[in-house]
Ligand binder design. Structure first.
Ligand code: 5RP
Length: 238
Protein backbone atom coordinates (compact mmCIF):
# COMPACT_ATOMS: atom_id res chain seq x y z
CA UNK A 1 0.00 0.00 0.00
CA UNK A 2 1.38 3.41 -0.99
CA UNK A 3 2.18 5.74 1.89
CA UNK A 4 1.06 9.32 1.28
CA UNK A 5 3.38 12.29 1.70
CA UNK A 6 1.07 13.48 4.49
CA UNK A 7 1.72 10.24 6.37
CA UNK A 8 5.46 10.66 5.85
CA UNK A 9 5.26 14.25 7.14
CA UNK A 10 3.36 12.97 10.18
CA UNK A 11 6.07 10.38 10.87
CA UNK A 12 8.80 13.02 10.77
CA UNK A 13 6.80 15.48 12.88
CA UNK A 14 6.00 12.86 15.51
CA UNK A 15 9.63 11.70 15.64
CA UNK A 16 10.72 15.30 16.28
CA UNK A 17 8.15 15.74 19.05
CA UNK A 18 9.46 12.57 20.70
CA UNK A 19 12.92 14.20 20.86
CA UNK A 20 11.75 17.14 22.99
CA UNK A 21 12.83 17.03 26.63
CA UNK A 22 11.54 18.66 29.83
CA UNK A 23 12.45 22.31 30.27
CA UNK A 24 13.37 23.00 26.66
CA UNK A 25 12.65 26.25 24.88
CA UNK A 26 11.82 25.48 21.24
CA UNK A 27 11.69 27.30 17.96
CA UNK A 28 8.37 26.37 16.38
CA UNK A 29 8.50 26.36 12.57
CA UNK A 30 5.70 26.83 10.07
CA UNK A 31 3.95 24.55 7.60
CA UNK A 32 2.08 21.28 7.16
CA UNK A 33 4.93 19.08 8.46
CA UNK A 34 5.31 21.30 11.51
CA UNK A 35 1.53 20.98 12.00
CA UNK A 36 2.11 17.30 12.81
CA UNK A 37 4.97 18.20 15.14
CA UNK A 38 2.81 20.72 17.02
CA UNK A 39 -0.07 18.26 17.33
CA UNK A 40 2.20 15.58 18.75
CA UNK A 41 4.05 18.02 21.03
CA UNK A 42 0.74 19.39 22.34
CA UNK A 43 -0.45 15.86 23.02
CA UNK A 44 2.68 15.09 25.05
CA UNK A 45 2.23 18.27 27.08
CA UNK A 46 -1.47 17.67 27.71
CA UNK A 47 -0.79 14.05 28.71
CA UNK A 48 1.66 15.29 31.32
CA UNK A 49 4.60 13.63 29.59
CA UNK A 50 6.48 16.92 29.17
CA UNK A 51 7.03 19.64 31.75
CA UNK A 52 8.09 23.28 31.39
CA UNK A 53 8.35 23.29 27.62
CA UNK A 54 7.75 26.52 25.73
CA UNK A 55 8.17 27.74 22.17
CA UNK A 56 8.88 30.76 19.99
CA UNK A 57 6.48 30.77 17.00
CA UNK A 58 7.89 31.64 13.56
CA UNK A 59 4.60 32.94 12.15
CA UNK A 60 1.19 34.18 13.20
CA UNK A 61 -0.18 30.87 11.87
CA UNK A 62 2.13 28.95 14.20
CA UNK A 63 1.20 31.22 17.11
CA UNK A 64 -2.49 30.30 16.61
CA UNK A 65 -1.90 26.57 16.09
CA UNK A 66 0.52 26.23 19.01
CA UNK A 67 -1.79 28.16 21.33
CA UNK A 68 -4.64 25.84 20.26
CA UNK A 69 -2.47 22.85 21.17
CA UNK A 70 -1.79 24.29 24.62
CA UNK A 71 1.91 24.90 23.96
CA UNK A 72 3.18 27.82 26.12
CA UNK A 73 4.65 30.60 23.96
CA UNK A 74 7.51 32.98 24.71
CA UNK A 75 9.17 35.87 22.86
CA UNK A 76 12.68 35.66 21.47
CA UNK A 77 14.73 38.38 23.11
CA UNK A 78 18.19 38.97 24.51
CA UNK A 79 18.91 36.20 26.98
CA UNK A 80 16.33 33.72 25.63
CA UNK A 81 17.93 30.27 25.60
CA UNK A 82 16.62 28.51 22.52
CA UNK A 83 17.52 24.83 22.83
CA UNK A 84 16.09 23.45 19.64
CA UNK A 85 14.35 24.86 16.58
CA UNK A 86 12.14 22.44 14.62
CA UNK A 87 10.99 23.37 11.13
CA UNK A 88 10.10 21.95 7.74
CA UNK A 89 11.77 22.65 4.40
CA UNK A 90 10.92 22.72 0.72
CA UNK A 91 14.20 21.20 -0.42
CA UNK A 92 17.05 19.47 1.41
CA UNK A 93 20.33 18.67 -0.37
CA UNK A 94 22.98 16.15 0.75
CA UNK A 95 24.99 18.90 2.48
CA UNK A 96 21.88 19.61 4.60
CA UNK A 97 21.44 22.98 2.95
CA UNK A 98 17.81 23.99 2.52
CA UNK A 99 15.35 25.97 0.49
CA UNK A 100 12.58 27.24 2.75
CA UNK A 101 9.82 29.81 2.66
CA UNK A 102 7.17 28.55 0.26
CA UNK A 103 4.89 29.08 3.27
CA UNK A 104 6.07 32.69 3.47
CA UNK A 105 7.56 32.58 6.97
CA UNK A 106 11.21 32.58 5.89
CA UNK A 107 12.38 35.67 7.78
CA UNK A 108 11.15 34.69 11.23
CA UNK A 109 12.13 31.07 10.55
CA UNK A 110 15.69 32.15 9.78
CA UNK A 111 15.91 34.42 12.82
CA UNK A 112 14.73 31.61 15.09
CA UNK A 113 16.92 28.94 13.48
CA UNK A 114 19.99 31.19 13.80
CA UNK A 115 19.25 31.77 17.48
CA UNK A 116 18.86 28.08 18.30
CA UNK A 117 21.57 25.78 19.58
CA UNK A 118 20.30 23.00 17.33
CA UNK A 119 18.15 23.19 14.21
CA UNK A 120 16.18 20.02 13.49
CA UNK A 121 14.53 19.86 10.05
CA UNK A 122 11.57 17.57 9.37
CA UNK A 123 10.63 16.53 5.85
CA UNK A 124 9.07 13.75 3.82
CA UNK A 125 11.41 12.06 1.36
CA UNK A 126 9.93 14.01 -1.56
CA UNK A 127 11.85 17.07 -0.32
CA UNK A 128 15.25 15.44 -0.77
CA UNK A 129 17.05 16.75 -3.86
CA UNK A 130 20.55 16.30 -5.33
CA UNK A 131 21.10 20.08 -5.39
CA UNK A 132 19.11 23.15 -4.38
CA UNK A 133 16.72 24.94 -6.69
CA UNK A 134 16.01 21.96 -8.94
CA UNK A 135 12.41 21.40 -7.88
CA UNK A 136 11.31 24.60 -6.14
CA UNK A 137 11.85 28.33 -6.54
CA UNK A 138 13.95 30.19 -3.98
CA UNK A 139 11.75 32.70 -2.11
CA UNK A 140 13.15 36.15 -1.37
CA UNK A 141 11.47 38.54 1.08
CA UNK A 142 11.55 42.13 -0.22
CA UNK A 143 10.45 45.41 1.23
CA UNK A 144 7.55 46.67 -0.94
CA UNK A 145 9.32 49.91 -1.92
CA UNK A 146 10.58 49.64 -5.50
CA UNK A 147 10.13 45.87 -5.47
CA UNK A 148 10.16 45.41 -9.26
CA UNK A 149 13.43 47.35 -9.55
CA UNK A 150 15.20 44.21 -8.24
CA UNK A 151 13.99 41.97 -11.04
CA UNK A 152 16.84 42.71 -13.51
CA UNK A 153 19.26 41.96 -10.66
CA UNK A 154 17.55 38.60 -10.03
CA UNK A 155 17.77 37.82 -13.76
CA UNK A 156 21.49 38.58 -13.73
CA UNK A 157 21.78 35.91 -11.00
CA UNK A 158 20.28 33.43 -13.49
CA UNK A 159 16.75 33.40 -12.06
CA UNK A 160 13.29 33.96 -13.47
CA UNK A 161 11.58 36.07 -10.76
CA UNK A 162 7.84 36.17 -10.00
CA UNK A 163 6.13 38.32 -7.44
CA UNK A 164 4.09 36.03 -5.19
CA UNK A 165 0.40 36.96 -5.30
CA UNK A 166 -2.74 36.01 -3.41
CA UNK A 167 -5.79 34.43 -5.05
CA UNK A 168 -7.24 37.90 -5.73
CA UNK A 169 -4.12 38.86 -7.66
CA UNK A 170 -2.85 41.30 -5.03
CA UNK A 171 0.72 40.88 -3.72
CA UNK A 172 1.14 38.31 -0.99
CA UNK A 173 2.20 40.12 2.20
CA UNK A 174 4.29 38.42 4.87
CA UNK A 175 3.73 38.68 8.64
CA UNK A 176 6.39 41.41 8.51
CA UNK A 177 4.52 43.51 5.94
CA UNK A 178 6.85 42.60 3.07
CA UNK A 179 6.50 41.05 -0.39
CA UNK A 180 7.96 37.77 -1.65
CA UNK A 181 9.61 37.17 -5.01
CA UNK A 182 9.99 33.52 -6.01
CA UNK A 183 13.17 32.95 -8.01
CA UNK A 184 13.13 29.99 -10.39
CA UNK A 185 16.58 28.80 -11.47
CA UNK A 186 16.01 26.79 -14.67
CA UNK A 187 19.04 24.52 -14.05
CA UNK A 188 19.06 24.67 -10.26
CA UNK A 189 21.72 26.45 -8.21
CA UNK A 190 25.30 25.62 -9.03
CA UNK A 191 26.66 27.84 -6.24
CA UNK A 192 24.07 28.57 -3.53
CA UNK A 193 26.59 30.48 -1.39
CA UNK A 194 27.36 32.90 -4.21
CA UNK A 195 23.65 33.55 -4.76
CA UNK A 196 23.01 33.97 -1.04
CA UNK A 197 25.91 36.42 -0.68
CA UNK A 198 24.64 38.47 -3.62
CA UNK A 199 21.09 38.55 -2.24
CA UNK A 200 22.31 39.54 1.22
CA UNK A 201 24.25 42.47 -0.20
CA UNK A 202 21.23 43.89 -2.01
CA UNK A 203 19.41 46.75 -0.24
CA UNK A 204 15.69 46.03 -0.22
CA UNK A 205 16.16 42.27 0.03
CA UNK A 206 15.32 41.34 3.61
CA UNK A 207 16.32 37.69 3.44
CA UNK A 208 16.23 34.64 1.19
CA UNK A 209 14.90 31.14 1.62
CA UNK A 210 18.40 29.70 1.29
CA UNK A 211 19.28 28.21 4.70
CA UNK A 212 22.94 27.29 4.27
CA UNK A 213 25.07 25.51 6.89
CA UNK A 214 22.28 25.90 9.43
CA UNK A 215 20.53 22.54 9.87
CA UNK A 216 22.20 20.32 12.45
CA UNK A 217 20.01 17.28 11.70
CA UNK A 218 17.29 16.28 9.26
CA UNK A 219 14.57 13.71 9.97
CA UNK A 220 13.29 12.25 6.70
CA UNK A 221 9.98 10.40 6.66
CA UNK A 222 10.18 7.62 4.08
CA UNK A 223 8.45 4.38 3.18
CA UNK A 224 10.85 2.47 5.45
CA UNK A 225 10.35 4.78 8.44
CA UNK A 226 12.11 7.91 9.69
CA UNK A 227 15.79 8.33 8.86
CA UNK A 228 18.09 10.78 10.61
CA UNK A 229 20.94 12.55 8.82
CA UNK A 230 23.25 14.57 11.05
CA UNK A 231 25.48 17.40 9.83
CA UNK A 232 28.89 15.97 9.18
CA UNK A 233 27.43 12.60 8.25
CA UNK A 234 25.58 14.16 5.31
CA UNK A 235 26.18 12.96 1.79
CA UNK A 236 24.91 9.41 2.29
CA UNK A 237 21.22 9.42 1.52
CA UNK A 238 20.69 5.78 0.72
C1 5RP B 1 7.34 27.98 5.51
C2 5RP B 1 8.38 26.94 5.28
C3 5RP B 1 7.96 25.52 5.42
O1 5RP B 1 8.73 24.94 6.41
C4 5RP B 1 8.16 24.82 4.12
O2 5RP B 1 7.45 25.53 3.13
C5 5RP B 1 7.68 23.37 4.18
O3 5RP B 1 6.30 23.36 4.36
P1 5RP B 1 5.48 22.02 4.39
O4 5RP B 1 5.89 21.29 5.63
O5 5RP B 1 4.04 22.48 4.43
O6 5RP B 1 5.78 21.25 3.14
O7 5RP B 1 9.52 27.21 5.01
O8 5RP B 1 7.85 29.27 5.30
Amino acid sequence: MKVTSEELKAQAGEAAAARVADGQVLGLGTGSTVRHFLRSLGQRIRDGGLQNVSGVPTSEWTRDVAAGEGIPLVDLREGTRLDLAVDGADEVCPRLNLVKGLGGALLREKIVAQAARRFLVIVDEGKVVPSLGVSKPVPVELIPFAWSSHFPFFRRLGAAPHLRTREDGQPYVTDNGNYVADLTFPDGLTDPTEVEDALRARAGVVTSGLFLEMATEVLIGGAGGVRSVVRGEAGAWS
